[in-house]
Design a protein. Structure first.
Length: 148
């Protein structure tokens, strides 16, 4: 009787619960590559949803991207996300936007983002670029400005 009950429960479970191994990555996330096309190190920070189907947002960074290299970041939920990057040294290039403003610490961080938050001492209110991705992967080139 107990075995029959267990089989019945297994058959009633959602199909995804028993057909997809837990070790497979979610199809609702993507792999992001931030590619530094400059001759100096770049630091980047992201804001993205905590999960594909949630409205909670996460700030994570700083990612160090060496000159002429890409930094892979996996597990970003598909849909809209935001990024900000700045070059250390040289011309002090900045890849920023006005799509979203977030208070950011200067150290490595991963924390929740709250609407209308006030910056604490030591934080900077940075403007982020908006991007949307629904594919399995995305590469964002951080290009230097065109030569004049």
């Amino acid at each position: 009787m107990l075995r029959a009950f267990a089989v019945a429960l297994a058959l009633l479970a959602p199909r995804s619960a028993w057909t997809q191994p837990a070790s497979l990555p979610s199809v609702r996330t993507f792999a992001l590559s931030l590619c530094n096309k400059t001759t100096s190190t770049v630091q980047a920070v992201l804001v993205h949803r905590s999960r594909y189907d949630e409205d909670a947002w996460i700030l994570e960074g700083w990612y160090t991207i060496l000159p002429a290299k890409c930094t892979p970041i996996s597990g970003i939920p598909r849909g809209f996300f935001y990024y900000y990057a700045e070059q250390n040294g040289g011309e002090r290039l900045v890849w920023q936007g006005d799509a979203r403003r977030v208070c950011v610490e200067s150290r490595i961080v991963e924390r929740a983002v709250f609407p209308k938050e006030q910056c604490l001492t030591g934080e900077r209110n940075l403007g982020f670029r908006e991007k949307q991705n629904l594919e399995e992967s995305l590469e964002i080139p951080l290009n230097p400005p065109p030569k004049r």
